[in-house]
Design a protein around this ligand. Sequence first.
Ligand SMILES: [Zn+2]
Length: 324
Amino acid sequence: MYIIKVISAALFMLFLSAALTPTVICAAEPPAQTRGLSIADSVSYDPALKRIYTGLLTVSEIKTNYFYDEHTVHFANSANWRMRRVFLREPLLREALLLGDHMVIRCEKGCFAEYIEDGENSYIQLTEPKELYETVVVIDPGHGKEDYGAVVNRTVFEKDIDLDIVLRLLEAFENEKILLLPTRTEEKYVSLEYRFRLANKVGDYFISVHNNVDERSQNTGGTITYHHNHETDAPITSRELAEIAQSAVAGRLQTRDRGAVNSDVYRILLNSKIPTALVEVMFMSNPGELARLEDPACRQEIALALLDAINALPPARNLTARTS
Ligand SMILES: [Zn+2]
């Protein structure tokens, strides 16, 4: 809550940010307790190493949850920064906001931050997920908030079913070589641009989870997975990714297998630069399939089917070869 307040307050300070050289994040008024602290000694950023040097300030606490795009850094020695906000055009680090005895680093979603003291320096190391995992899968529950997706009986919303399936998948997921990064984990609006940009930025594979509707017939049912092929460096194509997801879901759920189908319609398929599949699990307009989708045990099975598909993906990288 406190961080949110800091950020909203920072909006008023937007135009007060001083222009700085690219490597220095922030030059603060030297706090009384750390007298003698020069600009160069305080906080600077090395873009080549992706390190934020904290100079004489010792970090006491750093939040390192990759689900968030913010890291709050608490300094142990009571620095007393006036609030400053600095925007950076670095790929990982977007801005740093300093207030009182802490700094909020806003980086790309999926970025990891770790505080390191190596005897000579203390710094915060920013790491991209691709440096830590053989495979990064961006998983995307469709819709959210005012974007309902399919609506049946005015009470059942596709956005809720899509989210529940992905939350179950995240809960069941256990594979230390793969990072499963969701585009949302709560009931909130997420733009299509955000979804495919995140996938293009940090992902190796992109799977979007939806449920279908056929306005014309209640009898239409089954699983269908869309893809749109484009050249990538990945070991498999979008079509192959769609086939893996399709056969895992249709096979485990024993739905009618409508196949992996090329589509020129969906924006996330057209705009993604990595192998991407959009799974339409079942038809909410089909009463039998809707009953299944409303059954938590069935949604768990769908999650496990997607889990099988993800575990079956070829690794995007060999990390041992890279680091040795
Ligand atoms: Zn949908």
